[in-house]
Design a protein around this ligand. Structure first.
Ligand SMILES: [Zn+2]
Length: 266
């Protein structure tokens, strides 16, 4: 005797296996969706570009972090789904979600066809390891990777110039960078340069925006990301990788937009 949830679980496993067996070539034929990955160290402006691309190219973002948070914050959603309950259990236990589970989540999303009505989609927070990138490439083709970067001294200055409101968490930035082709305007409060426009309280520097911590974060980011970028560069017949030095913040966007149009023929 097999109960309903076990049956659903088996059906899901079968579907996942079939997706595996078919390989990415067939999966790619089924869906002509464009898959885009944006990389960039914290502070480089990736989030801003991502939002503009979402809007201009109809490419919403699947964020692994948001997805996981959603599973934890909505304990009643998808209760009948044994796989999601299993993931929820891992997250609640505080354990690290292993690569296979992360990849199964991505397969689930593709199978759900949730993003199929859009021209394409962006992935955020996945792949996070070289292993995940390799596993993903077996069933899903990444068309384009844009790797946003800043020179180290610029990134450091930008991050150290961040100011945050301790009350509402609104972000400001006091850096005014104008050298070597970099043009970055400060983002200051309008009324008093030291105080939040909304709350009128003094702005502070976050603990993790101090120099030594920023440098550590930059190292961690690089060690994690470089192997993934190298992997995509090694499969250049499938995935195009573009390194983009983001020198002007939001004013770089028209150029980025053009790169997408030219590379993806859209
Ligand atoms: Zn505030």
């Amino acid at each position: 005797m097999i109960n309903q949830s076990a049956k659903t679980f088996l059906q899901r496993q079968l579907a996942l296996t079939q997706l595996n067996l078919r390989g990415f070539a067939v999966a790619a034929n089924q869906s002509k969706q464009i898959h885009l990955l944006l990389f960039g160290a914290p502070g480089v402006g990736k989030g801003t570009y991502s939002k503009l691309i979402e809007k201009d190219f109809d490419m919403p973002t699947f964020s692994m972090g948001e997805y996981f948070r959603g599973l934890i914050n909505n304990p009643s959603a998808d209760q009948a789904d044994p796989f999601l309950n299993q993931v929820r259990g891992i997250l609640r236990s505080g354990k690290l979600v292993n690569d296979q589970t992360v990849i199964d989540v991505v397969k689930n999303i593709k199978l759900s066809k949730k993003f199929d009505q859009h021209q394409g989609m962006q992935f955020d927070g996945v792949p996070r390891t070289l292993n995940q990138a390799k596993m993903m490439s077996e069933f899903l083709k990444i068309d384009l990777v844009i790797n946003f970067f800043n020179r180290d001294d610029i990134l450091l200055e930008k991050l150290m110039s961040r100011r945050v409101c301790p009350s509402c968490s609104k972000n400001y930035n006091v850096a005014n960078i104008n050298r070597d082709g970099y043009h970055m305007k400060p983002l200051l409060p309008k009324k008093d340069v030291c105080k939040c426009d909304v709350c009128n309280v003094n702005l502070v520097i976050r603990d993790d925006d101090k120099e030594s911590i920023i440098k550590d974060r930059m190292d961690v980011y690089r060690n994690q990301t470089q192997p993934i970028l190298d992997f995509y560069k090694s499969i250049s017949q499938e995935t195009k990788v573009i390194d983009f030095e983001a020198k002007k913040g939001i004013d770089d966007y028209p150029e980025i937009k053009q790169i997408l149009k030219d590379t993806l023929k859209i």
